[in-house]
Design a protein around this ligand. Sequence first.
Ligand code: SAM
Length: 283
Amino acid sequence: MLDLWYTENWSKNTKFSIKIKEQLHSEQSEFQKIDFFISEEYGRFFTLDGLVMVTEKDEFIYHEMITHVPMATNPNIKKVLVIGGGDGGTVRELTRYNHIEKIDMVEIDERVVKLSQKYLPFTADKLTDSRVTLFFQDGLKFVDECLDESYDLILVDSTDPISVGEGLFTTEFYQNCFRILSKDGILVNQHESPYFEHFAKEMKKAHDKLKNIFPIAKVYQFHQPTYASGHWLFGFASKKLDPITDQKKEIWESFNLKTKYYNSDIHCGAFALPNYVKEKLEK
Ligand code: SAM
């Protein structure tokens, strides 16, 4: 029997490995290297340029936390823009809200969507919802050219700020997001990790930029076992609403959504950061 392992570098001196049963697919798209695997421990998973994006076992954490925190801060959100998110997990969570009217998703790499629809139906199966419109283009360009200034929520479900994802961590991108958000608008973005130095540097840079543009710019944490160090962050930036003081607990709970990670206590608790993270963000 062959002993097959997927291994990725979490830092220069740390590696993370998953024993795999089978490699389902591998290709180099116009933008990145895309691989799909089956494993015993994490079920199906896929990687971009040698970094885990989504595993069947822990994707619920990321997708619930990116979606329900802003939705419980403003339960009137009707129009959403998702940037990246080609696996469909974020859109799946959004489609659970009957009152959301429109979801535009801008993914640079059509191959990620097509392959996720084939291999990851558990995340991708709501991409065909009638409220969803897919745009296959660069998110940076999309927001730059966008004339519609009425998105209530922008979710930046991006890769790290290397190669294609880089533009989604720039001041120009955040400024355009600010411009196309409605007056109660919220931006939530993939905000890297505080633990290993190279991720922490990007976390700090993103936070500094967002703080300069949005009146409210906070960071919240969640536990993602298959991302480097397992400790990951989202940024919460908004024109007016504060995720803690404006939390609409009762309204959100009245939606009766069954969640596996998110709840109204985690909503607040996630914003309580360890001292070393606060120091890194503030210094
Ligand atoms: N949950 C994931 C994580 O943080 O590891 C993110 C998953 S999602 C697959 C990230 C997606 O962002 C990828 O499919 C990638 O193609 C897309 N992406 C990267 N840069 C982009 C850009 N400039 N515009 C639009 N989509 C982009």
